[in-house]
Design a protein around this ligand. Structure first.
Ligand code: PGA
Length: 262
């Protein structure tokens, strides 16, 4: 596995639909900024709700080159300018270009919560990845099996099918190869406290590495300050996708500190 990927873990904080006010979002963001100022060997991506993005700037008050902004979703249609003529009129949606113009570099696509509550399909996810790449965003593609599928021993089959349906319609271009990030997030591990043990995630990672030699692959699902390092050091993931723990500033900093020693 390329050394560089292990040396500089990618830590993605998915704030989901939190916090409740802009003031809290700014406070959280500024604390992270202060904390990671002296942390050189990792890239931290904060993914706030859309409504806060334009108010959070990694560069104000001094450069923090290893702190980036990400979005939690983006729409698949790039027609985000010109009068609404039917095409390009998508009430409530945000295009990848709009995000790029706000200084966003990454976008989470296909999170299992969106698949579940918003009925996102592999076909929609595929189109979103394609449009995000065109807008020069780095898509973080979430993959993962449900508890039922895991219990039936279908994990690899499910992941292979998700990858096939999502990536085969996208040309295997340099753009895709150099920007795509994968996140293995077992659905049953997300927000449950029931994390997937690092030795089990390692098997999944080795399976994914057969197809993706250099693509960064993250683990996500109930990561906490006790188990975080094991996914990088023992299993060999390139980074982490953190949900709940990224809102608990003390726990989040513990993860950053522990990884900084890796
Ligand atoms: P969790 O969420 O860390 O709260 O389990 C992870 C995610 O939703 O990406």
């Amino acid at each position: 596995m390329p050394r560089l990927i292990i040396m500089r873990p990618l830590i993605v904080a998915n704030w989901k639909m939190n916090p409740l006010t802009l003031a809290e979002a700014k406070k959280l963001f500024n604390s992270v900024k202060k904390e990671i100022k002296n942390v050189k060997n990792m890239e931290v991506v904060i993914c706030p709700p859309f409504s806060y993005i334009s108010n959070l700037n990694p560069s104000t008050g001094g450069q923090t080159p290893n702190l980036k902004l990400g979005a939690q979703n983006a729409f698949w249609d790039p027609s985000d300018n010109g009068p609404p003529t039917g095409q390009g009129a998508y009430t409530g949606e945000i295009s990848p270009t709009m995000l790029k113009n706000l200084g966003v570099d990454y976008v989470i696509i296909g999170h299992s919560e969106r698949r579940r509550y918003l009925k996102e399909t592999n076909e929609m996810i595929s189109k979103k990845i394609k449009t995000a790449l065109k807008a020069k965003l780095k898509p973080i593609l979430c993959l993962g099996e449900t508890e039922k599928e895991m219990k039936r021993g279908k994990t690899k089959e499910v992941l292979e099918n998700q990858l096939k349906e999502i990536l085969s319609p996208i040309p295997n271009s340099k753009l895709l190869i150099s920007n795509l990030i994968l996140a293995y997030e077992p659905v049953w591990a997300i927000g449950t406290g029931n994390f997937c043990r690092s030795e089990n995630t390692k098997k999944v990672l080795l399976f994914l590495r057969k197809f993706f030699k250099k693509t960064p692959i993250l683990y996500g699902g109930s990561v906490n300050s006790q188990n975080a390092v094991s996914y990088i050091r023992e299993a060999g993931f390139s980074g982490l996708l953190l949900g709940g723990v990224s809102l608990d500033i003390q726990e989040f900093f513990k993860i950053i500190k522990n990884l900084n020693r890796v």
